[in-house]
Design a protein around this ligand. Structure first.
Ligand SMILES: Nc1ncnc2c1ncn2[C@@H]1O[C@H](COP(=O)(O)OP(=O)(O)OP(=O)(O)O)[C@@H](O)[C@H]1O
Ligand SMILES: [Mg+2]
Length: 285
């Protein structure tokens, strides 16, 4: 059970004076999809590095507080130990792939080979990952010839064959066109359905609204709020934190269409359900 407990996490990069993370305290439960949002420079990427122990073990600097995953303090863990628990997917899949493998299959196998996983087990994991991410038919293709969406799913497969319980993604679709983005989001949903914990940093607010169980809003290194997408995107002070609400939320705010709790819908489906209910109520009056 990957329970992530973050307690008063503070961090300052070397030779800087400002805290990039300033007192973040929260808990993330197994199987949750956490969307992390906030303006440029809010501390989102630094936060993701802290989950992997890269901050402070790789970046150094001043560090305070703690991050524990399954009770293991990431600051005190080795990279080998951590990468079996947490996988990181980069913004640009080009940075994730080895560049030395001739086929997609070999590329996905790379991490496992380094861990000495027996051959049968390796093939089983790779086949499962490719099927889950819908890239089985690409297995003999050259990695660099793939589309952006295919390449990002290949990179994701290379992570999930390590069977981490937690997958951290830092803007995994920012380099992709709408189709490629959709492919990646569908793949991530399939991973969530398998019980993986997903922590995704993303500026595409509509996607975050549709996919997240819980949204973390960061600003100036601080956790402003952590709650359901509806609660977060119904806040009056989003603009102050450099974030926009999804279009549906903005329209409903304009028209004052709220649910029973006084919150605005965040997706098309929620908006439609609320309008349908409203219409039925008017007709029955
Ligand atoms: N390697 C570094 N050395 C020094 N300061 C850094 C370094 N990386 C980030 N920072 C600073 O730390 C703060 C948080 O940066 P971070 O990259 O975590 O923000 P972010 O929310 O990911 O932004 P973006 O949306 O632009 O990716 C910023 O003030 C940034 O300038
Ligand atoms: Mg970033």
């Amino acid at each position: 059970m990957a329970e992530i407990v973050i307690n008063n996490l503070r961090y300052r990069y070397p030779e800087t004076t400002r805290l990039a993370l300033n007192g973040i305290t929260c808990q993330i439960h197994q199987g949750e999809f956490i969307g992390v949002i906030g303006r440029n420079g809010a501390g989102k990427s630094t936060f993701s590095q802290a989950l992997l122990g890269l901050v402070p073990n790789f970046y150094h600097g001043a560090y305070g507080g703690s991050v524990t995953i399954d009770g293991v303090n990431v600051k005190e863990s080795s990279v080998d130990e951590l990468c079996q628990k947490v996988g990181l997917v980069f913004q640009n899949p080009f940075n994730q792939i080895t560049g030395s493998k001739l086929t997609v299959y070999e590329e996905i196998a790379f991490g496992l080979e380094n861990f000495g996983v027996p051959s049968d087990e390796m093939h089983r994991r790779i086949d499962n990952a490719m099927e889950l991410l819908d890239i089985s038919e690409l297995k003999n293709r050259v990695p660099y010839d793939l589309s952006g969406g295919q390449m990002q799913r290949m990179a994701l497969a290379g992570i999930i064959v390590m069977e981490p319980e937690v997958i951290v993604m830092d803007e995994p679709t920012s380099q992709l066109d709408p189709q490629g983005s959709e492919e990646v989001f569908r793949a991530v949903r399939a991973l969530k359905n398998q019980g993986k914990t997903i922590i995704m940093i993303e500026h595409k607010i509509e996607k975050i609204a549709a996919y997240s169980d819980c949204v973390m809003l960061l600003d100036d290194g601080k956790l402003v709020a952590m709650d359901t997408p509806k609660v977060i995107f119904s806040r009056d002070d989003l603009a102050k934190h450099g974030v926009c609400a999804p279009t549906y939320t903005q329209i409903c705010r304009e028209l004052n269409i709220r649910d029973r709790d006084g919150l605005f819908p965040v997706t098309l489906e929620e908006t439609r359900a609320l309008l349908d209910a409203d219409m039925k109520e008017r007709v029955s009056r």
